[in-house]
Design a protein around this ligand. Structure first.
Ligand code: ATP
Length: 298
C-alpha cells in the first residue's frame, strides 16, 4: 500500500482576535480584528501532505455544530479523504488565539469532538490501507496508542509529532518509527539539556528522530547517534505558525511516494521555508509543484 497516508489528529476552528494587549481578569477591551479559519495540528498536517501530492485519509472528529460542517467542507475542498471523519453530537474543537499587537500569541484550546477516543471499523480500515500513519498529541493518548499498534501490526510506518508535548507520550515511543519533535519538545520528552543530547537519547527509543530547529534546519538521529543534518533555506519569514506541520506533511508525502528519507527531508525543508513566507498554517502549505520548483532553484 505504497502511496497513501493516514493522519490521525485534531481538527479545530481557530478563532483569532487581534488587540493592543491582553485584558486583565474581569476587564473588557476592544480588539481590532477577528478571523476564523480551519486549524488543529492534525488538519494542518493532513492538508500539507495532500498538497504535497499524496492521497490522505484524515482520521478525525468534528462536532455537530456549524464549525464541524465548515471543517468538513474545507477538507473535502482540499481533496483530503473524509470517510473517516466522524461527526459527534456536541461542539467542534476550537482554538481561541489572542494576538497582541506586535507581540506574543496566547491560545486556549477546547478539545470538543477531538476528545473522542475510540477507533471505528472505518478508522481501522483507513489505517490498514495506508503506508504511513501520522499523529500528533491533540487527540487522546489511548487512541493514538491503539492506532499505532494497529498500524505496526499491518506493517505501516508510524510518525509522531509530540506536540503539544506531554511527558506521558513516552508510552508511544515503542510504536513510533519516526519521531519529529521541535527543539523544545525533544528536550522536554528526553529530560536532556540540549537538542543534540535529546536527539541522541530519544533515538535509542525509536527508529529515527528528526528534530526540527526552526531557521537552523533539522538534525537526524538514529541508534543514539546524530547521523545527518538538514539545512534550512533562507526565507523572509512573515508567520512561522505551522512550519513544523508543513514540514511533517511534506516529509510523509515524499516517503509515501517511495522517496529515501534524505530526499523526503529536503522536500520537507523546502516546504517549511515556503510556509513561513505566507500567513496561516494549513493555508500556507505549498503544493508539490511549488516544492519541486523551489528545490530546482535552490
Ligand atoms: P510551529 O510550532 O511554528 O509549527 P515548529 O516549532 O514545530 O513550528 P520549526 O522547528 O520552527 O517547527 O520549523 C520546522 C521546519 O520548518 C524547520 O526545520 C525548517 O526546515 C523550516 N523553517 C522553520 N522556520 C524557518 C525559517 N525562519 N526559515 C527557513 N525555514 C524555516
Amino acid at each position: 500500500h505504497l502511496g497513501s497516508v493516514a493522519v490521525l489528529g485534531s481538527a479545530n476552528m481557530d478563532l483569532v482576535t487581534q488587540q493592543p494587549r491582553l485584558p486583565l481578569p474581569g476587564e473588557t477591551i476592544a480588539g481590532s480584528t477577528f478571523t476564523t479559519g480551519p486549524g488543529g495540528k492534525g488538519l494542518n498536517q493532513a492538508v500539507a501532505a495532500r498538497r504535497a501530492g499524496v492521497e490522505v485519509t484524515f482520521i478525525g472528529a468534528v462536532g455537530s455544530d456549524g464549525f464541524g460542517s465548515e471543517l468538513r467542507s474545507f477538507l473535502d475542498h482540499e481533496g483530503v479523504g473524509t470517510d473517516t471523519l466522524r461527526t459527534i453530537e456536541g461542539p467542534t474543537g476550537i482554538a481561541i488565539v489572542s494576538v497582541v499587537d506586535g507581540g506574543e500569541n496566547s491560545i486556549v484550546i477546547v478539545a470538543g469532538a477531538n476528545g473522542a477516543d475510540d477507533i471505528s471499523a472505518a478508522d481501522e480500515a483507513g489505517i490498514r490501507s495506508s503506508s504511513l500513519l501520522v499523529a500528533q498529541l491533540e487527540r487522546p493518548l489511548t487512541l493514538i496508542e491503539k492506532a499505532f499498534a494497529l498500524a505496526k501490526d499491518g506493517g505501516a510506518t508510524t510518525v509522531l509529532t509530540p506536540a503539544p508535548v506531554d511527558a506521558d507520550a513516552v508510552r508511544l515511543l515503542p510504536f513510533t518509527d519516526i519521531l519529529v519533535p521541535n527543539e523544545t519538545e525533544a528536550i522536554e520528552l528526553s529530560g536532556e539539556g540540549d537538542a543534540q543530547s535529546a536527539a541522541r537519547a530519544l533515538s535509542r527509543q525509536v527508529g529515527i528522530v528528526v528534530t526540527t530547529l526552526g531557521a537552523k534546519g533539522a538534525i537526524v538521529a538514529t541508534g543514539g547517534e546524530i547521523v545527518a543534518t538538514v539545512a534550512a533555506h533562507p526565507a523572509d519569514a512573515v508567520d512561522t505558525t505551522g512550519a513544523g506541520d508543513t514540514f511533517v506533511g511534506a516529509m510523509v508525502a515524499a516517503l509515501a511516494r517511495g522517496d529515501e528519507l534524505s530526499a523526503a527531508l529536503a522536500a520537507a525543508s523546502a516546504a517549511g521555508a515556503i510556509a513561513v513566507t505566507r500567513f496561516g498554517a494549513a493555508p500556507a502549505a505549498p503544493t508539490r509543484e511549488e516544492i519541486d520548483a523551489f528545490l530546482a532553484e535552490a
